[in-house]
Design a protein around this ligand. Structure first.
Ligand SMILES: [Zn+2]
Length: 338
């Protein structure tokens, strides 16, 4: 990928996404773009932002090689935030994210209308992995016979949760991550301190690093590996850790725990640990002595917990469960060595 790590992109997308964006722009000019796209990325906000940029490009009546013209009637309406040919569907509740069949029926009916300005019509479905089965079946009908010059973009963090029939009607696009040194330079250019630590915690994703930085993660996260180590050594308990970490955003905490465990698994497989937190080396040294089976089981449980956290739940109980898992993998080992 050809971009300088110190210059920001002239395109309306992140520098490391320009190759994907330019390819889509070329296909839009040739009218060879598939009418159904599934867009996923390392972080939802990144994929969502890219989908918005893509929609503005596709609706522009006179796009150039580096993006929408910014001058045409379509671009002006987009800047005002109310283009009738740019439709967005999203869950009506952040608390319980589902997209219902009525929302998809309304969208499909809207897409059969003629374009208001003679260009394309673009629908972006946010959190598309939360389509109900009925909604997915309803969407499938539109994807099978889409109206002319309609593009439907599904933004999905976990595309494998979409039905196989919907997936088969769409081209899948995964946004890339930048190289670590380029990502560090980009974060520093945007005034973020501790870029290396943030990126290690965020799995190399700059957008997630920014979210973490805004949550003050660089200040509080460093004690996490030490806390878990104390728990594994029997010097603290899951309920006390749950109380200590109450108030932290659950999704962030679950993600960090997954990162720490993934790091331990990498080290156990002979790779090098990537997370650089105080006490991380001691944690890795201890956890790598545990059997693969219990580590894999706990990894699956952490993944399930993170997903459950996307639904409303009892926060205190979930926090405790999160830390109890670590206790259990040590318990399972003590009672069943080998
Ligand atoms: Zn334009």
């Amino acid at each position: 990928m050809s971009w300088s790590p110190v210059a920001d992109s002239p395109l309306p997308v992140r520098p490391w996404q320009t190759a994907v964006y330019e390819q889509l722009a070329r296909q839009a000019r040739d009218e060879s773009l598939p009418q159904g796209l599934i867009l996923s990325g390392p972080e939802r906000s990144a994929a969502s932002r890219f989908a918005g940029a893509l929609a503005r490009l596709l609706i522009c009546l006179d796009p150039g090689t580096t993006g929408p013209c910014g001058q045409c009637r379509s671009c002006q309406l987009n800047q005002a935030g109310n283009h009738p040919d740019y439709l967005v569907v999203e869950p009506d509740s952040e608390e319980r994210p589902t997209i219902k069949v009525d929302q998809i029926r309304e969208l499909s009916a809207g897409l059969t209308l003629a374009s208001q300005y003679g260009g394309r019509r673009v629908a972006v479905i946010e959190l598309a992995d939360w389509l109900t089965i009925q909604a997915a079946n309803s969407l499938l009908k539109t994807l099978e016979e889409p109206p002319a010059r309609v593009i439907i973009v599904l933004v999905a963090a976990s595309p494998e949760r979409l039905t196989a029939t919907v997936r088969s009607r769409c081209r899948r696009l995964t946004l890339p991550l930048p190289a670590i040194d380029a990502a560090e330079a980009w974060l520093e250019m945007h005034g973020r301190r501790d870029a290396a630590t943030l990126l290690a915690l965020a799995g190399g994703c700059p957008e997630r690093s920014i979210t973490f930085a805004d949550e003050g993660l660089a200040d509080y996260a460093p004690s996490l590996a030490g806390d878990i180590l104390q728990l594994l050594q029997g010097r603290t308990s899951a309920p006390s850790l749950a109380a200590r970490w109450a108030g932290t955003r659950l999704a962030t905490l679950a993600f960090l725990n997954e990162q720490l465990l993934a790091d331990c698994l990498r080290a156990k497989a002979g790779g090098s640990a990537a997370v650089r937190l105080p006490a991380n080396d001691d944690l890795v040294a201890l956890v790598t002595t545990l059997p693969w089976r219990v580590l894999y089981e706990y990894r699956d449980e952490l993944t399930a917990l993170r997903r459950a956290m996307e639904q409303p739940l009892n926060e205190a109980l979930t926090l405790e469960r999160l830390f109890l898992g670590w206790s259990r993998i040590v318990g399972a080992t003590l009672s069943n060595t080998g």
